[in-house]
Design a protein around this ligand. Structure first.
Ligand code: PEP
Ligand code: MG
Length: 897
């Protein structure tokens, strides 16, 4: 044990044109430390320093907050190296070395942890600094900044105390700005600061630079566990076990007169991606002045200054020589890292120093442009460009979004169920949404939850809010399919339908009041908010084209209306992977016939009603086949329990009875008979086809007749894939296959033509996955219905789980909502088993996924690994799926190398 500890290296030096570490050592040195090392090795002007590793931080926490035994020696050695390079000495009264002490984790955690600047100053070294710089005022200003920062970060003293002292001085002197204070004034402030520290802590402000240094190192390690840092880590999935590194670096001063400055820069514009240096700087200032917002920073370039109509000189004009060197350095950095860089720098009396570089954070629009431009410039390959864009971020480009600079008056937060933002008047019923929406009004439908009956109202609304329901609730699934923004499960909203209002966070919102929803964050806001319209620029098309060249998985869409199908094709869908036929039954023109069918007392009665529905169904399919022009179309036969088509309340029953001439008492009786305790596990899916084969026969007939009709028009022959839902047993599948083939044969014989069609099943039940071999005897394709498969594997309701899943996520039992991102271990294992067992019986069985997970990048990566043939998702997620599929394919290939 002791032996290995002796050998462990805790400190890595950089500066003077070389470094112990490099950019690949982010895990050990943190992002900042690794890049400082890399910049030093590149010969760029970096103030020398050293990095204490993240392993030292972990050791500190694993060993009761104590340092590794030989860390002190290694730090002393690091300091000696810095002294050698700078020619200064730590604690030396005449030529003092001052350092900064900063945190630096593997992933950037801006502002979450602590920093101390100007460390090494004391009553003696401040005099040395005054002499060296020839500026006594600067030296004492630095000293008072150090006392304040150190006391706050390390000694845990409130910074207000220091501000009050400074204000007292200024009042007494009748001086209003800090710059009005002279060297003597700052000396007096320093004396008062020190006295206040001594009063507060009962000991003087530490004068020993070594004591100061270790105090600061301890504070940085401690800040890894502060509440802010912990919260940030939870939000961004950063493990606690990573730890933070500590960077100790010789100070350079941007506040040593008008030849000095400090600033930040991006090598390209981080919001638009434009290939132009972007950033700002301040003459005669220290880093924190730029962020503190006391003085307004100036643009870096002349052209940016002119565009902003700014009178004060840009860096290009104020410090032309340093600017030329800076431009050269940042160009080198971008070429070296082959990505847009986010840079911090300081100019000390005409000399440039680089303090940080990292890959810059950017908007989706900028990410696309930068990736495409870098590939066009030959700096990266097309495949690398494809890997550079976060698929989920494409959402930002496909829907209107809220202008980030616009204030938000949030009154409730729910689940971000369907992306995009919308503003409109509140309505509480689907009928009203349809009426107002149909006449061109922008409305937001606010409901407790939605049901299939609401579908037309949802379509007419600009956005949907539900108080209940999870990420795969009806509202969420349907809204995503339609591309309507939706916030589901906003439990803070209490709807009072009678009063025509809802309450949330003490606000009362009445019908027709305007609200805005953000389906990407789950926020519900009062009033209207400024929006940015989507823009599918040329870069989007270019990158998607590159993605399509490398992906293996096909991408289809879940769509049942002509509009959805057209949208899907516009986004590049290669077929329909799921057409849910029940949605077609809710049209007011057909719902009467559907109810008649449900109420019928015998097969003959049912068949008579079905005969009325048949031509309408056929028309639906003709339309879809025409839009898809020969691409595969998977049509799922009726799935939900029939009672969903019946009116529920007595009022509704009376209305329906009156409108249709159906017997109200019979309607009520039938609805009561059909009531199920667990409808999701009840008389639904292919169980309907087994009980009432005539329903499925009608649907198969409509599909095949439609295909014949389209083919007869000389259009590309459709390839219908007829899909049976919720199958559990081989015998069930056999029955359904026979029903399908028999009906199809009949139709084809009547028409005297041949067209191809396929018969398959959804895999939505654990038994179906386990006995997939039995199903494959009769099914030509499987489509994994992972919404139901997740529900039935966990025994958790997809409609109600929103209420308690949060507790599971907070307690770390689930990483993510399993209805959003596939549970790869459990549900994923069932998929693997089904694929294997299905292929063993039928090697060419076609495999796809059509649950909501088909549009989730992590789940798509899993589908690539398992070797599925396609994923199917809502139309607006098709581009996301195309990009995610390309990244998954590249990832798999890299692994094989
Ligand atoms: C599924 O269960 O995953 C599926 C796609 O079907 P639905 O959502 O219509 O139940
Ligand atoms: Mg299902």
């Amino acid at each position: 044990m002791a032996d290995t500890m002796v050998k462990t290296r805790w400190v890595y030096a950089f500066g003077g044109g070389s470094a112990d570490g490099d950019a690949s050592m982010k895990n050990l040195l943190g992002g900042k430390g690794a890049n400082l090392a890399e910049m030093s090795s590149l010969g760029l002007p970096v103030p020398p320093g050293f990095t204490i590793t993240t392993e030292a931080c972990n050791h500190y926490y694993d060993n009761g907050q104590t340092y590794p035994p030989n860390l002190k020696d290694q730090v002393a050695e690091g300091l000696r190296t810095v002294e050698k390079i700078t020619g200064k000495a730590f604690g030396d009264a005449s030529n003092p070395l001052l350092v900064s002490v900063r945190s630096g984790a593997r992933a950037s955690m801006p502002g979450m942890m602590d920093t101390v600047l100007n460390l090494g100053l004391n009553d003696e070294t401040v005099e040395g600094l005054a002499k060296l710089s020839g500026d006594r005022r600067f030296a004492f200003d630095s000293y008072r900044r150090f006392i304040q920062m150190y006391s706050n970060v390390v000694l845990d003293l409130d910074h207000h105390m220091f501000e009050e002292i400074l204000d007292d001085h200024k009042d007494r002197l009748d001086i209003h700005v800090d710059t009005g204070l002279s060297a003597e004034h700052w000396e007096a402030v320093v004396a008062d600061y020190k006295r206040a520290v001594e009063d507060e802590r009962g000991a003087p402000f530490p004068q020993d630079p070594n004591e100061q240094l270790w105090g600061a190192v301890g504070a940085v390690f401690a800040s890894w566990m502060n509440d802010r840092a912990k919260f940030y880590r939870r939000m961004h999935d950063i493990p606690e076990s990573w730890g933070t590194a500590v960077n100790i670096q010789s100070m350079v001063f941007g506040n040593m007169g008008d030849g000095s400055a400090t600033g930040v820069a991006f090598t390209r514009n981080p919001s638009t991606g434009d290939n132009r240096l972007y950033g700002e700087f301040l003459i005669n200032a220290q880093g924190e002045d730029v962020v503190a917002g006391i003085r307004t920073p100036q643009p870096l370039t002349k052209i940016a200054r002119e565009e902003m109509g700014d009178k004060n000189p840009s860096m290009e004009e104020a410090l032309p020589e340093v600017f030329a060197q800076f431009k050269d350095v940042v160009g080198k950095l971008e070429r070296h890292y082959r990505d847009m860089q986010d840079i911090e720098f300081t100019v000390e009396q005409g000399r440039l120093y680089m303090l940080q570089t990292r890959n810059g954070k950017r908007t989706a629009k900028a990410a696309l442009k930068v990736a495409v431009d870098l590939a066009t410039e030959g700096l990266i390959t097309k495949e690398e460009a494809v890997m550079r864009v976060e698929p989920a971020s494409l959402d930002q480009l496909l829907h209107p979004t809220i202008d980030p600079s616009s204030p938000r008056d949030v009154i409730a937060t729910g689940l971000p169920a369907s992306p995009g933002a919308a503003t409109g008047k509140v309505v509480f019923t689907a009928e009203e949404a349809e009426k107002l929406g149909g006449s061109g009004e922008a409305v937001i439908l606010v409901r407790e939850e939605t049901s299939p009956e609401d579908i037309r109202g949802m379509d007419a609304a600009r956005g949907i809010v539900t108080a209940r329901g999870g990420m795969t609730s009806h509202a969420a699934v349907v809204a995503r399919g339609m591309g309507r923004p939706c916030v589901s499960g906003a439990g803070e909203i209490h709807i009072d339908g009678r009063a025509g209002e809802f309450r949330a966070r003490g606000e009362v919102i009445r019908a027709y009041d305007v609200i805005t929803i953000d389906g990407s964050t789950g926020q519900v806001m009062k009033g209207s908010v400024k929006m940015i319209e989507p823009e599918l620029s040329g870069d989007f098309g270019t990158l998607m084209g590159w993605a399509d060249q490398v992906r293996r998985l096909k991408v289809r869409a879940n769509a049942e209306t002509a509009l959805d199908a057209e949208t899907a094709r516009g986004f590049g869908a290669e077929g329909i992977g799921l057409c849910r036929t029940e949605h077609m039954f809710f049209d007011p023109a057909r719902i009467a016939a559907v109810r008649e069918m449900i109420l019928a007392d015998d097969v003959a009665g049912r068949k008579a009603a079905l005969a009325k529905i048949l031509p309408m169904q056929r028309k639906d399919f003709v339309e879809l086949f025409k839009i898809m022009e020969g691409l595969p179309v998977t049509i799922r036969l009726l799935d939900p329990p029939l009672h969903e088509f019946l009116p529920h309340t007595e009022e509704d029953v009376q209305a329906v009875a009156q409108a249709t001439g159906l017997d109200a008492a019979k309607l009520m009786r039938r609805a009561a008979e059909m009531h199920e305790v667990n409808p999701m596990l009840g008389h639904r899916g292919c169980r309907l086809g087994v009980s009432y084969p005539e329903i499925y026969e009608m649907q198969v007939r409509a599909i095949i007749e439609a295909a014949c009709e389209v083919a007869a028009e000389g259009r590309p022959a459709p390839i219908p894939e007829i899909m049976h839902p919720l199958v559990a047993k081989g015998e069930e599948m056999k029955f359904l296959r026979q029903l399908t083939d028999r009906t199809a044969k009949e139709v084809l014989a009547e028409k005297g033509v041949t067209i191809q069609y396929m018969v398959g099943t959804m895999v939505e039940l654990p038994r179906a996955a386990i006995r997939a071999g039995d199903l494959a005897e009769h099914a030509e394709f499987f489509s994994f219905g992972t919404n139901d498969l997740t529900q039935t594997t966990f025994g958790i309701s997809r409609d109600d789980s929103g209420r308690f899943l949060n507790a599971y996520i907070e307690k770390g039992i689930f990483d993510k909502d399993p209805f959003v991102s596939l549970d790869q271990e459990g549900v994923g294992d069932l998929i693997k088993i089904a694929a294997e067992r299905g292929r063993a019986v039928r090697p060419d069985v076609k495999l796809g996924i059509c649950g909501e997970h088909g549009g989730d990048p992590a789940s798509i990566e899993f589908c690539e690994k398992v070797g599925l043939d396609y994923v199917s998702c809502s139309p607006y997620r098709v581009p996301i799926a195309r990009l995610a599929a390309a990244q998954a394919a590249i990832g798999e290939r890299e692994k094989d190398r």
